[in-house]
Design a protein around this ligand. Sequence first.
Ligand code: 0GY
Length: 292
Amino acid sequence: MDKDYRPFHPDPSKPAYVPPPGAVDAHCHVFGPASLFPYAVTRKYTPCDAPKEKLFALRDHLGFSRNIIVQASCHGTNNDALVDALVAAGDLARGVAVVDPEISMEELEILHRAGVRAVRFNFVKRLVDTTPRAAFLKVAEKISRLDWHIVVYFEAPDLEDLIPFLQQLPTIVVVDHMGRPDVEKGVKHQDFQRFVQFMQDNENIWTKVSCPERLSIQGPPYGDVLPFSRMLVKSFPNRVLWGTDWPHPNMKSHMPDDGHLVDLIEKIAPSKKLQRALLVENPMWLYWGQTS
Ligand code: 0GY
């Protein structure tokens, strides 16, 4: 593990908020253990191991039923740790993989059988080397044949340049962490309004109202981030997901208490109907193909 890397919270509180039955934590990761699943040589950080057993225990502790496990950059395009976790979880998890553009349909089908339903395109420069857009489009074409979707991770200043590319993607596109707004600028700033307009103009764009701990300037209890997530849930109730982002890679300022993150859900989605859509109906439709 890197010297300045912060491990996940050892003992998160039990949230006061009780999620609806069947709730899905739609953004979390497994890391290693490195002894079984070594980190990629191309990685930009070396995390603390965060194995599947810890993730499943956290899921139960927080009152959730299912996980969407997202391949993180420190594992590169080797999805073995992800697949291992998906197989162990059975029907209680689905995955988002990161794949090489030259991946075959047979290899994608193996991932599909393990529970993968999406690929992630990462544009965050501190995490990955640049991938040519033509390579991403090649992957997009292949995965669209399996009816998967695409998860994208970028930072707010990059959106304007990315829009034409994102509009070429042939599937649902889920934007991580609300497109990482600069919360100091406020919801009315043109950068966040560009993101809202982008969602309004393109019905295939979804977003995760996640990561207040990463976006907040004030720190816990993250009041400066709530207006952003609240606005997106209100405007696009059927195109939002929520996740813990456990084990919170690369947090420098502090490590959040996952129980406190769950307690924010009622502030983000103020009615039971919105909470059910956010935590159950939307992820169950997107990842399990279920309608209620
Ligand atoms: C997140 C955020 C981060 C890391 C990764 O793939 C990754 O390594 O996603 C980050 O450092 O902002 O969503 O987990």
